[in-house]
Design a protein around this ligand. Structure first.
Ligand code: UTP
Length: 302
């Protein structure tokens, strides 16, 4: 059926694409001049959580799709000679190690998306850098707390199925209309792995084929690029990744994967606040004091 069968023994997910060229309108005014991807959850920019997740899953090439006003993302993953020199001379060796660890996080390449024409278009920009191999896509504003990390779980599924995989979570009620939604059948070997029959972008609640919403982690075969080239603009006048994946279904199997863990939509104000509180509570250096402070908050007592 598929054009290409990937060799189980050989195929490794080495490359992770991070679409980061969106305008972040849900987080205005903060995102007028600061990329959404650089907003910190506690003290780490949200995109760094995603990059660390990709590295933990075995990816060693990070491809970030950027746009105008996003150069601080490049600076963040680069060496900061001035900062390192100052931390060294002041004997702040822990902070120095942290700064160095960030600039050593794998090989990072950047490609520009000149206009925010949609997620599918952003992924298409990475075509030449990805080449002819399966790859991961991580949406940096989906911050996921999971053990093992979400992409690592998906790479294990890929080792089994050697096909495209979409991470999903159950979304109740009208909120489903903000997502791509799959119509899928759980496989006998693992009900978390579902064979996708159809998918629809941002359906009305009454039209949603299930409660399984696609979230910001994908493993895709390179055929997606050919399909995105010819996919017409979809919802919102944008080139939708979901529409390209629907094309994939005509050629290859695509699986949904209900990952184990908690996902926060940190590109949304409420999701960002939830992530901040949960991550802060888990921090060894902050958690106890922060919990005590939260418990004492008078608005929570009323
Ligand atoms: P979102 O829809 O969450 O991002 O896209 P957005 O458009 O920046 O945000 P809002 O809705 O206006 O607040 C998910 C990811 O895809 C990237 C975004 O940067 C984000 O990380 N994206 C989206 C692109 O890279 N290019 C696009 O054209 C659209």
């Amino acid at each position: 059926m598929g054009r290409k069968q990937f060799n189980m023994a050989k195929t490794k997910i080495r490359k992770a694409v991070f679409p980061a060229a969106g305008l972040g309108t849900r987080f205005l005014p903060a995102t007028k001049a600061i990329p959404k991807e650089m907003l910190p959850v506690v003290d780490k920019p949200i995109i760094q959580y995603g990059v660390e997740e990709a590295i933990a899953a075995g990816c060693d090439q990070i491809i970030i799709v950027t746009g105008r006003g996003k150069t601080v993302i490049e600076d963040h993953f680069d060496i900061s000679v001035e900062l390192e020199r100052q931390l060294e001379s002041r004997g702040k060796l822990d902070l120095l190690a942290m700064a160095r660890q960030i600039s050593n996080l794998g090989r990072v390449a950047y490609i520009r998306q000149k206009e925010a024409m949609g997620l599918g278009h952003a992924v298409l920009m990475a075509r030449d850098l990805v080449g002819d191999e399966p790859f991961a896509v991580i949406l940096p504003d989906d911050v996921i707390d999971a053990t093992p990390p979400c992409l690592q779980q998906m790479v294990s599924v890929f080792d089994e199925v050697q096909s495209s995989i979409l991470a999903t979570q159950v979304v109740e009620g009208p909120a489903i209309s903000s997502y791509g939604v799959i119509d899928a059948k759980p496989t006998a070997r693992n009900p978390r792995i579902m064979e996708v029959k159809a998918l629809v972008e941002k359906p009305k609640l009454k039209d949603a084929p299930s409660k399984n919403a696609i979230i910001g982690r994908y493993i895709l075969t390179p055929r997606i690029f050919e399909l995105l080239e010819t996919t017409p603009l979809g919802a919102g006048g944008e080139l939708q990744l979901t529409d390209g994946i629907r094309g994939l279904l005509e050629h290859e199997k695509v699986y949904g994967y209900s990952f184990e863990g908690t996902r926060y939509d940190a590109g949304d104000k409420l999701g960002f606040l939830k992530a901040t509180v949960e991550f802060a509570l888990k921090r060894e250096d902050l958690g106890d004091e922060f919990r005590a402070w939260l418990q004492g908050l008078s608005p929570l007592k009323s």
